[in-house]
Write a protein of this length. Structure first.
Lengths: 299, 277
């Protein structure tokens, strides 16, 4: 598909063609211009809405059509509203607790799945993938039903419980990929040197897994902080997490405060994902954080 | 202690968690779908099939078909847009590969509601685009807007697996295709595409599954004519408070999606086995 698109440009400079050294790989010719243009348009569409939100969060007027001057008034509205501040704190709290518990449970599951060979582990192997492909609304509605059945009052706790359930799978996928690439001999060597299983896990395995564990934790933080559907189904009356508040506000129409909230949330998510991508480097490893996050073996 | 027993111990807490908070709730939904609401609006477990009979009601059946149709359209569009993007990054990305992939993933971490809301601001009747061109085109409350919202929302799910499979592919294969006098299209159809089919299938499923159950895009970008099954489920569990019917809708949707999930789970399990073997 590559050369077809660039062919029309060839007649425009016929002299250039024969001038190429015969042995050289035809790199430039192969790189289709059409595809380059396509990439440009793609990224334009991808980022235009986001740039718009960020830009108009600093607009001095209510308008969402013309930018009338720089101001931080929408951020002031956001931070001066006590209930929105409470929502922000609630969202951070949910994401933090989800991150800690979800990461611990997910790492345990990854370790068990890779190192234990039992019938239970092979069925868990499949079960833990199901939450990743289940539409969120199913998880939300069924969690709501469970909490109502056991008479658990809807609150931040119920949101956290629902978030942890789906975060376990994400952590497991990321951590397991790393664990698989670890050589088992190192653990055996540590045992030969007299360490117990537990000491080996704590002093050998866990430190080697650390970059993946941290990256997975930050990923879960960002996912939980941004989550709307699960929170929407399992939230109590107050305080509600930020995405639920945004939903209510959007239904009342376009409001400039939403731009400020959105931009603020964007910064928090991007910082946590940025950290997840960069941390493996800070740990002094050469592999890219992206590969760790995509759950691929660090080859 | 042998390793098997030591490692099995680690499975207990997350295993119990997933059982209690993922499997049990799904079973509850299944049970409630045979129930009914009494005169006080209380949901009662029973063994009736009324809720399933209601699914084929002319009020609801078109919604189910529409959800699948919208999701399929989103898959096709994501594929047509996402494959060239993944191809460019994997083959021509060079040392910018990681940066470009990060740029593709980045918008995905902007809250889905905010991203959808941005499209309202841009495409609304008195939005940015209509203001800019002094036009009065109706973008919102159309099927195109809802499908567009799904495409924009789930694009990253399509690009990442395709990129991963292209990245794994040996570029020498493409060269070989050309050496054997295959044209660019022939090389693509007979070499590149078959080699990346796994990524294409994974991406398609990862877009299709959440798209079928989505209600945000249809709620915010669509009108009453674009209602999807996700909206129905949400209404039953919240506004109209008919949980048994909501449960039946959820079960019907899950049963349909299960066919595709099994497909994905088998492929994923095979991949894990290969990696851990």
């Amino acid at each position: 598909m590559s050369t077809v698109e660039s062919r029309p440009t060839a007649p425009a400079r016929p002299a250039a063609e024969p001038a190429r050294a015969p042995g050289r790989p035809p790199k430039e010719f192969d790189r289709p211009r059409f595809l380059k243009l396509f990439m440009g348009v793609f990224f334009l569409f991808l980022f235009a809405p986001i740039v718009l939100v960020v830009l108009f969060s600093f607009n001095s007027s209510r308008s969402l059509q013309d930018f009338q001057g720089f101001s931080t008034r929408w951020y002031e509205t956001f931070f001066e509203s006590e209930s929105l501040r409470e929502s922000l704190v609630a969202s951070l709290e949910i994401a933090l607790v989800t991150m800690v518990i979800g990461t611990i449970l997910g790492t345990m599951l990854a370790y068990g799945l890779v190192r234990a060979r039992t019938r239970v582990s092979s069925s868990l192997n499949v079960l833990m993938l199901v939450p990743l492909v289940t539409p969120e609304i199913v998880a939300g509605a069924s969690a709501l039903l469970l909490f109502t059945q056991v008479k658990l009052e809807l609150s931040l706790t119920t949101i956290i419980l629902a978030h942890i359930t789906f975060s376990i799978s994400y952590v497991t996928v990321v951590v397991r990929a790393r664990l698989v690439s670890l050589s088992h001999e190192v653990e055996e060597a540590s045992m030969d040197l007299g360490a117990t299983r537990w000491q080996t896990f704590r002093l050998v395995t866990l430190p080697a897994l650390w970059p993946a564990v941290v990256a997975a934790g930050l990923l879960v933080f960002a996912l939980s902080f941004d989550d709307f559907v699960l929170s929407f189904f399992t939230t109590g009356e107050s305080p509600q997490p930020l995405p639920v508040r945004i939903w209510t506000q959007i239904r009342f129409g376009v409001r400039p405060t939403i731009n400020a909230i959105g931009t603020f949330m964007l910064v928090i998510s991007v910082v946590s994902i940025g950290l997840a991508l960069l941390l493996p480097r800070l740990f002094g490893r050469r592999e890219s954080g992206l590969k760790v996050l995509l759950g691929r073996e660090a080859a | 202690m042998n390793e098997n027993r030591f490692a099995s111990g680690f499975l207990v807490p997350p295993g119990v968690w997933l059982l209690l908070l993922f499997v049990v709730p799904l079973v509850l939904v299944l049970a409630l779908s045979f129930g009914y609401t009494d005169d006080l609006g209380e949901a009662i477990y029973s063994t009736r099939l009324d809720n399933y009979e209601r699914l084929v009601d002319p009020d609801y059946l078109p919604v189910l078909f529409r959800s699948v149709g919208f999701a399929l359209a989103a898959v096709v569009l994501c594929l047509l847009i996402g494959y060239p993007v993944a191809y460019y990054i994997a083959i021509f990305g060079g040392r910018w590969k990681n940066v470009l992939i990060a740029l593709v993933v980045l918008p995905f971490f902007v809250n889905y509601l905010i991203r959808t809301y941005a499209w309202i601001a841009m495409l609304g009747d008195d939005g940015l685009v209509n203001g800019l061109f002094d036009s009065s085109i109706r973008f919102l409350n159309t099927p195109y807007a809802v499908i567009g919202g799904l495409v924009y929302g789930f694009m990253a799910f399509m690009i990442l697996p395709i990129y991963a499979s292209l990245d794994r592919m040996d570029p020498a294969l493409i060269e070989a295709g050309k050496d054997l006098y295959g044209g660019p299209w022939q090389t693509f159809l007979h070499v590149t595409l078959p080699h990346t089919m796994q990524g294409v299938l994974a991406g398609s499923l990862l877009v299709f599954l959440p798209a079928v159950g989505d209600f945000v895009s249809a709620s915010l970008l669509g009108g009453p004519e674009e209602v999807m099954v996700g909206n129905l489920i949400q209404q039953q569990f919240q506004a109209s408070d008919n949980w048994p019917f909501g449960a039946a809708l959820t079960v019907a949707m899950m049963a349909f999606l299960m066919i595709f999930m099994l497909f994905y789970l088998r492929a994923a399990a095979r991949e894990t086995r290969e990696a851990t073997a």
